[in-house]
Write a protein that binds this ligand. Structure first.
Ligand SMILES: Cc1cc2nc3c(=O)[nH]c(=O)nc-3n(C[C@H](O)[C@H](O)[C@H](O)COP(=O)(O)OP(=O)(O)OC[C@H]3O[C@@H](n4cnc5c(N)ncnc54)[C@H](O)[C@@H]3O)c2cc1C
Length: 380
């Protein structure tokens, strides 16, 4: 445990993944006193396993596409401006991995404002027949960041405490976590147990495995198809990832089969291009925390018991305006970024800072309370 801090912080953040680190960085730069807590260290959860590609999400028109597009632009600017040493900028070739995805790629090409061009001949010749014949888009700019390096750099100079937060209490307008106190509490705990009784928050953990390899094949750009294959900012190292395994959970106690995971990754990579003389250098595994509706979460948390006590008929479908729900005071959850945590973190952290430091409202579309009414109906 850290030594007792008598004067309270402005904000305690639990969880030092990319969301916690980026929030700490942004709030600290805005002049707030921030304490960051993690049970295992910086980027020890899903974030430490990430690729971490700053790639646009290829999706059809809608809210998700709008948010992802804005987040992608902000993220490219954020990492290249503030953390250039941890960011490798390269062109990005996205190749559809199925006919259905091909339709999304075609529709994305029609709408996107992102600069894209024809695939250069030297890249085309590297690709398998399957990859050459699939729908694709070649962006002039993509990026990959060093996940662990950038998280550590973001929290340089910020008070970090390594312990597991278990009992969270609120007294006299302050949250207490261990010996730490603050007016605001931010929960950026990824796919781990939620710490407050907020079962309505619709999240699921999706296990992922990626590897770093050495290969004699030169990879000139970032490639996404069945998996991503990319140069990294570590000389000679190519990143391959990641798997999406909805069945495996590290909380089950079952061991994860690393050898089989590597085989799956290399087999998927081989559908895009031939990699020669491969040596696997490192494995990275972790849980992504994805929301049930694919939108990320940024917002205050409904106190379910208090709200159901005040509006018992919500259970039977009574419509109550979310502004009338009862919320835990000054608690914000950031979560549900799925496979796009590094893309979304600067976007979410900026809006968290605008809420805490500048008094702006958060976007209700992102609020975790969106899951509350449907959950409440199941409580009858
Ligand atoms: C294999 C893989 C590849 C990925 N590739 C990409 C990619 O290319 N691009 C991209 O944008 N995203 C990628 N992602 C997704 C991205 O990593 C996640 O969206 C992101 O890590 C979510 O970050 P987070 O901060 O919300 O959660 P996490 O990184 O999981 O952090 C949560 C932290 O909270 C801590 N914690 C939880 N409970 C407690 C407690 N009670 N007390 C103290 N500490 C606690 C945990 O120890 C953990 O460190 C990938 C993920 C995986 C697994």
């Amino acid at each position: 445990m850290p030594t007792l801090k008598t004067s309270p912080y402005d904000v305690i953040i639990i969880g030092a993944g990319v969301n916690g680190c980026c929030s700490a960085y942004t709030l600290h730069r805005a002049g707030l006193r921030v304490a960051l807590i993690d049970q295992n260290g910086i980027a020890s959860g899903g974030s430490g396993a990430a690729g971490a590609f700053i790639s646009p999400k290829i999706s059809k028109a809608g809210e998700l596409k709008e948010i992802m597009s804005e987040a992608h632009t902000e993220a490219l600017d954020f990492y290249t401006t503030n953390f250039p040493n941890f960011t490798l900028v390269k062109p990005l070739l996205h190749i559809a991995n199925s006919p259905k995805e091909g339709e999304k790629v075609e529709s994305f090409i029609r709408d996107t404002h992102l600069k894209h061009s024809n695939i250069p001949h030297k890249i085309q010749t590297l690709l398998s027949d399957e990859a050459q014949n699939a729908a694709s888009i070649y962006f002039d700019t993509g990026a990959i960041v060093d996940a662990q390096g950038v998280c550590r750099a973001m929290v340089d100079g910020i008070d970090f405490y390594c312990f597991k937060a278990e009992h969270i209490t609120h007294e006299n307008g302050l949250w207490q976590v261990g010996n730490l106190h603050a007016k605001h509490l931010v929960l950026s705990i990824g796919a781990y147990p939620k710490l407050l009784p907020v079962d309505y928050v619709g999240l699921r953990g999706i296990w992922g495995h990626r590897i770093d390899i050495e290969t004699s094949t030169h990879i000139p750009c970032i490639l996404h198809q069945h998996v991503s294959i990319s140069p990294t900012n570590k000389e000679g190292i190519v990143a391959i990832g990641a798997t999406h395994d909805v069945h495996y959970s590290p909380f089950s106690g079952e061991p994860y089969d690393l050898v089989q995971g590597r085989e799956i990754l290399l087999e998927k990579a081989s559908k895009t291009l031939m990699l020669n003389n491969i040596i696997v250098l490192a494995d990275y595994t972790g849980l992504r925390s994805g929301s049930n509706d694919y939108l990320p979460m940024l917002g205050n948390l409904v106190n379910a018991d208090a709200t159901l006590a005040k509006y018992p008929h919500i259970r039977h479908g009574q419509a109550v305006n979310p502004t009338d729900y009862l919320y835990y005071p000054n608690v914000t959850m950031i979560n549900g970024s799925g496979g796009y945590g590094f893309v979304l973190a600067p976007y979410l952290a900026k809006r968290l800072k605008e809420f805490i430091a500048d008094g702006f409202e958060m976007d209700p579309i992102l609020s975790p309370s969106r899951f509350f009414p449907r959950w409440a109906k199941r409580q009858s």
